[in-house]
Design a protein around this ligand. Structure first.
Ligand SMILES: C[S@@+](CC[C@H](N)C(=O)[O-])C[C@H]1O[C@@H](n2cnc3c(N)ncnc32)[C@H](O)[C@@H]1O
Ligand SMILES: C/C=C/c1ccc(O)c(OC)c1
Length: 312
């Protein structure tokens, strides 16, 4: 799109029109747009979308805009300014988020601020939209022989919806806090929602899915949670498995971008929920400390995430 057309299509005051070129100049340098000139109209600069801006489009099937809205929300940015204070205090269990807002993140989004809560669910929906589609397209084998599945901390059920549709014989349960699943209904007969606290008890199944759960908690809490998982999959003499989708920090393919994403998430988890991203050794320690015997890591999405199968 030529610059003049871009300016004409934006809802801005005419007095601000000349600033658009300066904004586009830096957004082009940072890869959000690229410039493409037209030989027939050499005097006017033209901009095109890049992969980075394409996923911001509302009608893109994997639009990530809700995710960026949450990350950049002032209420979720303010805790970053508490890092300096946080470093000086001895209370290791309190996140910079709690230092800022006086309550843990989960309480804040489920009870105190439903607007941020809805924004957060939309953010996770956009993330799970991409990941669930990659999963059923390329890694279907992980679910082979699984007759029942519980998505632990499954939020509004985006992962479960895609899996339940792809495996009509599988019984899928979305398990999350009562406030989160209240009033939700599945889109097929083989899925339902159950409310509860995963640190108390998890419904029994052949397999449990935990996407973006363990990185929310410290090691002690993770071991507690994984022990509950083991109970849930070793019912009736059967031995099931836990399927984790999370980050495994590492840079084996040498891609600086994916490492940067992993480390940025590590900071985000620290600041918001007192969680962390783990490397393979740290993951293995968690599994063996909770009574599991074996695991397999499968990198997905250019190693930005991994699929980890954990066996009792
Ligand atoms: C980062 S979100 C991940 C959501 C979903 N798995 C996904 O990846 O789209 C973490 C989820 O854990 C849920 N959660 C937090 N504490 C929980 C608890 N004690 N019991 C069950 N779910 C909990 C939250 O409500 C939230 O939906
Ligand atoms: C702004 C994003 C916040 C966030 C909080 C907790 C999570 O587990 C998470 O997983 C991708 C994202």
């Amino acid at each position: 799109m030529p610059l003049s057309e871009l300016i004409a299509s934006l809802p801005i005051h005419p007095s601000k029109a000349t600033f658009v070129r300066r904004l586009m100049r830096i957004l082009t340098l940072s890869g959000i747009f690229s410039q493409q000139n037209d030989d027939e109209l050499p005097e006017e600069e033209r901009y095109v979308l890049t992969n980075a801006s394409r996923i911001l489009l509302k009608d893109h099937p994997f639009c990530m805009t809700p995710f960026f809205h949450v990350i950049l929300d002032p209420k979720l940015l303010k805790p970053w300014y508490q890092l300096s204070n946080w470093f000086k205090k001895c209370d290791t269990n309190i996140s910079p988020f709690e230092t800022e807002h006086g309550m843990p993140f989960w309480e804040f989004i489920t009870i105190h601020d439903p607007k941020i809560g809805n924004g957060f669910q939309d953010a996770m929906t956009s993330d799970s939209g991409v990941v669930s589609s990659v999963l059923v397209d390329k890694f279907k084998g992980v679910f082979e022989g699984v007759e029942s599945l519980v998505d632990v901390g499954g939020g509004n059920g985006t992962m479960a919806k895609t899996i339940a549709k792809s495996f009509p014989q599988m019984e899928c349960i979305v398990f999350d806090l009562p406030e989160v699943v209240a009033g939700l209904q599945g889109n097929s007969e083989n899925m339902k929602y159950v409310g509860g606290d995963m640190f108390e008890a998890i419904p029994a199944a052949d397999a449990l899915l935990m996407k973006c759960i363990l990185h929310d908690w410290d090691d002690e809490e993770c071991v507690k949670l994984l022990k509950k998982c083991k109970e849930a999959i070793t019912n009736k003499g059967k031995k099931g498995k836990v399927i984790i989708i999370d980050i495994v920090v590492g840079n084996e393919n040498g891609d600086k971008g994916s490492l940067e994403l992993q480390l940025l998430f590590d900071m985000e988890m620290k600041v918001l929920v007192n969680g962390k991203e783990r490397n393979e050794k740290e993951w293995a320690n968690l599994f063996f400390s909770s009574g599991f015997n074996n695991y397999k890591i499968i990198p997905i999405m250019m190693s930005s995430r991994s699929l980890i199968e954990v066996y009792p």
